[in-house]
Design a protein around this ligand. Structure first.
Ligand code: ADP
Length: 454
């Protein structure tokens, strides 16, 4: 658009310049030829008076040296008869018609026609008729057009260069902004501020974006603070309710009272778990989730967790395959147990009507790899990474299976803090959750564990 505009502007200016230049040239030429005609007319009075054709012809022939662009020059007498004539070697016949319209100067094609009356004391004695070749004007026109074309090309190239530099500057900043926005929408990390000192519209847009991010950060901070305080305040009364319910449960023998107490106790346990999760999330957000790293046997932990699940789960059998033996790790035992509990309870919760959950563990290079597999409702491919986000619940599960979408978020934080990774895959039926834990250099490894890998 910029290139197009500059071409139009330069064309207009070049057009005006050429038109003015040609007009000036024509005026100058007409004036100069008129002066020549005037001089010839003054010098022709005597030859006309004495009917001296030779003298008149001599005057005209002088033009060959003084004005070589005059093609034809004629002196006619008062009876319009040719008195003397001069023609350049290459001249064609003089076109008299151009002198019959009463004008003293006329431009026609590549010729200029000038006529001047020969007057002797107010008496018309004849006329001087001159035909001038304007090939010089053609040469001027040609050179001006060439100049205009060069100017146009130069303007187009220059404006293209300037436009592309400006465009690159603008698009670079716009693309950077779009990139940052995409990152925010994918990662949910609002701690992004863009530094830009531009005073233009894009600069304003970036400032608006920065302000928006600042507001989002502030409201997130307030929300996290509220969740932290609320869960903390709820924890104490809930613990005492749970204590009293446990007490009532042991004291109460009558049915259905005992059943009601048990139901109330189960609900409180659920609430307790939610509050624990909320407190963990709040700790993660404020960077206060501490790990209590100690050396322990991971295989033992897996067995213990499976057994405690097996005791309460009537619907599912948890099968352990290819187990590790005596694999010692340096990690926070309680937190790794929390991850295992979350994965196992999800495997059971999201496979209603099924009866099997598989746990596999093995050594994979310098990592331990643990897999929890179920045969349940599964997870759509495009949601496999999203489920680790805070409050994310899959479209399939959120309608009929209760949950808060916090467990996997906490699991991911715990595992990444240990230097491991956690991910989920889609299985032909159900899904698998994997997590790795690095084997510390100073961890004690029983040689039999290596055998189990082979
Ligand atoms: P919650 O189970 O409390 O909703 P999680 O963070 O543990 O929270 O899980 C997040 C979401 O991931 C769940 O809501 C569910 O949609 C999906 N999900 C987790 N585990 C499984 C699984 N084993 N099978 C199918 N979907 C699962």
């Amino acid at each position: 658009m910029q290139v197009f505009t500059s071409i139009i502007v330069v064309s207009i200016f070049a057009g005006i310049f050429i038109a003015t230049d040609i007009k000036d040239y024509k005026t100058r030429k007409a004036n100069s030829v008129a002066s020549i005609a005037h001089i010839i007319s003054a010098n022709s009075i005597t030859p006309l008076l004495f009917q001296d054709n030779n003298e008149a012809k001599k005057i005209l022939t002088e033009l060959k040296n003084t004005s070589p662009d005059i093609v034809n020059a004629v002196i006619i007498d008062s009876a319009a008869k040719i008195f003397a004539i001069y023609s350049r070697v290459d001249a064609g016949p003089l076109e008299i018609s151009h002198f019959l319209n009463g004008k003293t100067t006329e431009f026609s094609g590549k010729q200029l026609f000038v006529s001047e009356n020969i007057m002797n004391e107010k008496q018309l004695m004849g006329k001087v008729l001159l035909e001038v070749d304007l090939s010089e004007l053609e040469a001027i026109k040609k050179s001006r057009y060439e100049m205009a074309v060069i100017l146009l090309l130069a303007a187009a190239v220059l404006s293209f260069l300037i436009a592309s530099i400006v465009q690159r500057y603008i698009s670079r900043r716009l693309l950077y902004l779009v990139d940052k926005m995409k990152q925010v929408s994918v990662t949910g990390n609002y701690n992004t501020t863009i530094v830009d000192n531009g005073k233009d519209e894009i600069g304003t847009l970036i400032r608006v974006y920065n302000n928006l991010m600042e507001q989002v950060r502030e409201s997130q901070h307030k929300k996290d603070e509220f969740i932290g305080i609320a869960s903390h305040e709820l924890k104490t009364p809930l613990t005492s309710i749970k204590g009293y319910l446990d007490l009532l449960n042991t004291m109460e023998e009558r049915q259905p009272n005992k059943q009601f107490v048990q139901k109330a106790s189960d609900s409180v346990t659920k609430l307790e778990r939610l509050i624990k999760d909320l407190l963990d999330v709040s700790k993660i957000q404020s960077g206060q989730l501490q790990l209590n790293i100690k050396e322990f046997n991971i295989d033992e932990l897996i067995n213990e967790t499976i057994n405690s699940f097996q005791m309460v789960s009537e619907s599912h059998t948890i099968v352990k395959e290819d187990g590790l033996h005596y694999e010692q790790v340096l990690a926070d035992r309680q937190r790794i147990e929390q991850v295992l509990i979350n994965l196992l309870s999800n495997a059971i919760k999201y496979s209603p009507g099924e009866n099997k959950v598989l746990v596999k563990s093995k050594r994979d290079g310098d990592h331990l790899l643990i897999q929890v597999r179920d045969y349940g409702i599964g997870i759509a491919k495009d949601e496999l990474s999203e489920i680790f986000e805070r409050f994310y619940r899959t479209k399939d599960s959120s309608v009929h299976i209760s949950g808060f979408g916090l467990g996997l978020y906490i699991c991911r934080d715990i595992i990444t803090r240990h230097g491991g990774t956690i991910w989920a895959t889609k299985e032909p039926k159900g899904s698998s959750f994997y997590f790795t834990l690095p084997i510390q250099q100073n961890s004690v490894t029983n040689p039999s564990s290596n055998n189990s890998n082979n």
